[in-house]
Write a protein that binds this ligand. Sequence first.
Ligand SMILES: Cc1cc2nc3c(=O)[nH]c(=O)nc-3n(C[C@H](O)[C@H](O)[C@H](O)COP(=O)(O)OP(=O)(O)OC[C@H]3O[C@@H](n4cnc5c(N)ncnc54)[C@H](O)[C@@H]3O)c2cc1C
Length: 355
Amino acid sequence: MIESYKKFCSGCRACEKLCPTKAIKMEPDYRGFLYPTVDYDKCIKCKKCINSCPINNKENIKEKLAYAAYNKDEKTRINSSSGGIFTLLAENIIEKGGIVFGAAFANDFTVEHILVQDKKDLEKLRTSKYVQSDTKNSYVEAEKFLKQGKLVYYSGTPCQIEGLKAYLQKEYDNLILQDIICHGVPSPRVWKEYLKSKNNKIKKVNFRSKEKTTWDDYQMEITYEGYKEYTKHNDDIFMKLFLENLILRDSCYSCKFKKENRESDLTLADFWGISKIDKSMDDNKGTSLVILNSSKGKKIFEEISNKIIKKEVNFKDAIKNNSSMIESSKKVLEYNYISKLIKENMIYKLFEKEE
Ligand SMILES: Cc1cc2nc3c(=O)[nH]c(=O)nc-3n(C[C@H](O)[C@H](O)[C@H](O)COP(=O)(O)OP(=O)(O)OC[C@H]3O[C@@H](n4cnc5c(N)ncnc54)[C@H](O)[C@@H]3O)c2cc1C
């Protein structure tokens, strides 16, 4: 049954939320990634879980437009991972009375999807959190608002977006879907161990700080009571484990959702390589790649146009330096060694060495 899909399962929760007898529960594995488990006493073998699983989605060919873009508001741009385009799109939705879903830190710095209805709360969604975000009950909440006729903007990884589409099982004119180009999502369990190794009480985390440096040389910034700690991204052990593909979810190594033709209305990413295409768009404060996949995507991007600097670029050139658009991350030799450390509760040793 659904458990046999494990290799490609992204943990989106669509099967859990759709099961008519509530026979499916999501449980974490030893790396903290959620997978469906079935209570066969409750299962009526209707196959709704399998038939709706987003890994079975077909790819639809779409006409795409690509842009290099950044927010004219310097403060928001510096406080965002790339060009600060997400904030403008989300503000546009809220100004129209809509609801925005995205990834935020919970009080214990685990990452989960929440909804935001007030511009001042968008700060919670801003910047990339390099840990898999739990979609929790967000698909059900999004559906509730959609049925009430409210405008809904759902932002997430490509697997979360296709998971939501699979859950909804119908098109909504009042839904805007935005995904990202995604390298892969790191283990919630390893993240927990990393946080534990920081002995002081953490107030704030920014994986993509540009405060003291540049966009391409970003730092991990951790705020404690009264002081901040900055670590160059390739000197931080957690970031190294992430960027070297050692702690990603298994499905990220054979991702079904990395493709040119996305199910989303827009795709956001870092525009790595922009200086080779158009130097005038690169001042190293952050440039976004914006890919418009539908007329809804084009319309909302047009609506924020007076708040951004933008240049249209050729789609194929735009994704040349961003292999994660179409290719899964590669499993490297040390992956098994790191997995063994996690299984044996020894991963904390790596973080101890960092001190
Ligand atoms: C795990 C991960 C891997 C990524 N890999 C790449 C990559 O390989 N190449 C690339 O070009 N870009 C990648 N990105 C996207 C990039 O870092 C920026 O998020 C994107 O360019 C938007 O930037 P922004 O400045 O417009 O907005 P920002 O304010 O920086 O982005 C905020 C948006 O990111 C979403 N978000 C944050 N954390 C998560 C999460 N854990 N899960 C789901 N959504 C999240 C929020 O919901 C919000 O919508 C990745 C992002 C994440 C979270």
